[in-house]
Design a protein around this ligand. Structure first.
Ligand code: FAD
Ligand code: NAP
Length: 540
């Protein structure tokens, strides 16, 4: 049982992070009877949806699917208002979950874990926080997020010279008001494509600094119609089951046909119909879009055509067309009025592949052709140190003094089933590297993990075992499997600089980090290992 004073605690399980993963873990494991607490660096629950408060922030999975499936009562009562939820709506939902289940009393907010050390004698972890707490626990659950550590702007030339205001999309000040200001945005990924149209509406001038263009699919967000939520509620249990049975963790009406098996007209009509429908369903237009280069070329050509139709200046349209990688190799972007925004008189596109950013100045930027732009506010939408960032920023020492940050920084991350890493017993990764995570509706991926963890802890107890850890050989094979499955698709191809591979961070080891086989195959794999007495793990 627990012993606790203001500076120390002894727990069965420590959860790091209070986003979707941490909150469900806390609820589930507390219900299972463990002495469990969560620590959260931020002042509030929500994770991603607390931190990313930039204008335009919105989820690209439908509200009714981007929510927990384990509370049927909430399914029947929670009032989603739009097809795709805005950041504030998701945060409101997660606060409601925390309140309904009285989760806050077991969360230490404004508390960052900075160090974790495994003690082989006691078979426990000691975690130290930036508030001076020391917490020991038998297990640590790393619910730290795949996209929770921003990329440093160290590769921006003379960035420190800029004396204007710098705003970061991943920690947007609640009181920021850019109305009537001269603004520049760096980054045209999913975040950039949402913040750019939103800012263009209110600022005096907007300079968009683009390095690699993205394929941007229209969201087609809308309010939920009268009665629509009632229909969904009547079907909710089946809807949840359908989501779990689809590789993407969310049901999509996928076309079973291959793009190159139909004639050009049918191909075009299908793309057009999906484009009008909007959202990630566009990716289900044909079965082979991520497997066959010719099919992918066809969808790229279609999006190029849409850019030409939308953007009035042909030179700007040309710069907005991605050409150096297959669609999907970088995460496809879903946004509203993105291409339309470049027709606005207050918006200027600066493409740094054709005219490199030479330097930041005190008042703005200068490009290699000598042109300069001044602005009051710079918005960084430059992405994340994905997957590994939240692990390597903690000083984690495993068995025999092994340092996780050193291993993962030099060799890249290695896990067995995305759940455990050899040398770090009783440390469980939640919906992160080595599992479907970001290639699925993440809520489905998170629920799979939390359920598995709950079973695993019960089995450990029932079998009188105290430790569990990835077996090195099984881990090596899993890393190879993750890479091999990715290599069967077009995901790893082209010059995309994708964060899926760590290619967005200079010097980061490159390997495909999420498991691309989908949540259905993945669930079979994690269930099989459990049914097989935790094959691939060393248990004691
Ligand atoms: P997070 O929400 O990232 O929570 C992790 C928490 O851990 C954070 O609050 C962080 O502060 C805390 N933490 C980290 N390290 C420490 C530490 N050392 N000490 C204490 N606390 C720590 N996914 C989708 O499926 N669909 C979408 O449309 C979608 N949109 C997204 C939009 C944005 C802007 C971003 C950034 C991500 C998006 N994602 C989306 C992915 C999203 O991250 C997941 O869907 C989900 O919210 C992840 O939940 P999580 O709890 O695993 O991680
Ligand atoms: P991102 O996809 O990594 O995009 C970062 C952008 O910054 C890229 O355009 C990148 O250009 C640019 N950039 C970085 N460093 C630069 C430099 N030194 N000079 C010029 N440009 C630079 O990050 P993100 O947009 O924050 O998205 C990350 C992920 O979060 C998404 O892929 C998605 O999974 C999730 N997300 C989802 C939504 C949603 O719609 N639901 C919204 C936001 C985020 P390069 O491409 O050339 O590197």
């Amino acid at each position: 049982m627990s012993k606790e004073n203001s500076n120390s605690a002894e727990l069965d399980v420590l959860i790091v992070g209070a986003g979707f993963s941490g909150l469900y873990l806390l609820h589930k494991l507390r219900g299972d009877g463990y002495n469990v607490r969560a620590v959260e660096a931020g002042p509030e629950v929500g994770g991603t949806w607390f931190w990313n408060r930039y204008p335009g922030a919105r989820c690209d999975v439908e509200s009714v699917d981007y929510s927990y499936s384990w509370d049927p009562e909430m399914d029947q009562t929670y009032e989603w208002t739009e097809k795709y939820p805005a950041q504030a709506d998701i945060l409101k939902y997660l606060k409601a979950v925390a309140d309904k289940n009285d989760l806050r009393k077991d969360i230490d907010f404004n508390t960052r874990v900075t160090q974790m050390t495994w003690d082989e004698q006691t078979k426990r972890w000691t975690s130290t926080t930036d508030t001076g707490r020391s917490i020991t626990s038998q297990y640590v659950m790393m619910a730290v997020g795949c996209l929770s550590v921003p990329k440093e702007p160290s590769d921006l030339p003379n960035f420190d010279r800029f004396t204007g205001e710098v705003l970061r999309t991943w920690n947007w000040p609640e009181d920021a008001d850019l109305t009537g200001k001269k603004v520049a945005v760096i980054g045209t990924g999913s975040t950039g494509a949402q913040v750019i149209p939103a800012l263009a509406e209110i600022v005096d001038s907007l300079l968009v600094i683009q390095r690699t263009p993205n394929f941007v699919i229209p969201t087609r967000n809308r309010p939920l119609n009268d009665g629509e939520l009632d229909e969904i509620r009547a079907d909710y249990p089946d809807r949840r089951r359908r989501n779990r049975a689809h590789p993407a963790g969310v049901f999509r009406s996928d076309n079973p046909k291959n793009a190159m098996e139909v004639d050009a007209q049918e191909r075009h009509d299908t793309f057009q119909e999906r484009w009008e429908g909007g959202g990630i369903n566009f990716l289900g237009a044909f079965a082979d879009l991520m497997f066959n280069k010719e099919a992918n070329d066809a969808v790229c050509e279609f999006v190029h055509e849409k850019i030409d139709e939308t953007v009035t200046d042909p030179a700007v349209a040309d710069l907005l067309k991605p050409r150096s990688y297959p669609m999907g190799a970088k995460r496809p972007v879903i946004a509203t009025d993105y291409y339309e925004t470049f027709n606005k008189p207050n918006v200027t596109l600066a493409d740094v592949r054709t005219n490199a950013l030479a330097t930041f100045t005190e008042t703005g930027v200068e490009f290699v052709d000598g042109s300069t732009y001044d602005f009051d506010v710079l918005v960084l939408a430059t992405g994340f140190d994905s997957f590994t960032g939240a692990f390597t920023q903690i000083d984690i020492t495993g068995r025999d003094g092994r340092k996780l940050a050193e291993e993962w920084t030099h060799q890249g991350p290695a896990t067995y089933l995305g759940l455990s890493t050899a040398g770090f017993p009783n440390m469980v990764l939640v919906a992160n590297v080595g599992s479907p995570s970001v290639l699925a509706n993440m809520i489905t991926a998170i629920e799979q993990h939390v359920e598995w963890v709950s079973h695993m802890l019960a089995d450990q107890k029932a079998n009188g075992r105290t430790t569990i850890e990835a077996e090195p050989i099984a881990q090596k094979q899993w890393v190879e499997t993750v890479e091999a499955i990715a290599n069967m698709t077009l995901w790893p191809q082209g010059d995309s600089g994708s964060w899926y591979r760590g290619a967005n961070i200079p010097g980061k080891p490159q390997l495909f980090m999420p498991y691309a086989g989908g949540v259905v195959e993945y669930e079979k794999a994690i269930d099989a290992t459990r049914e097989n007495n935790y094959s691939g793990f060393v248990t004691a």
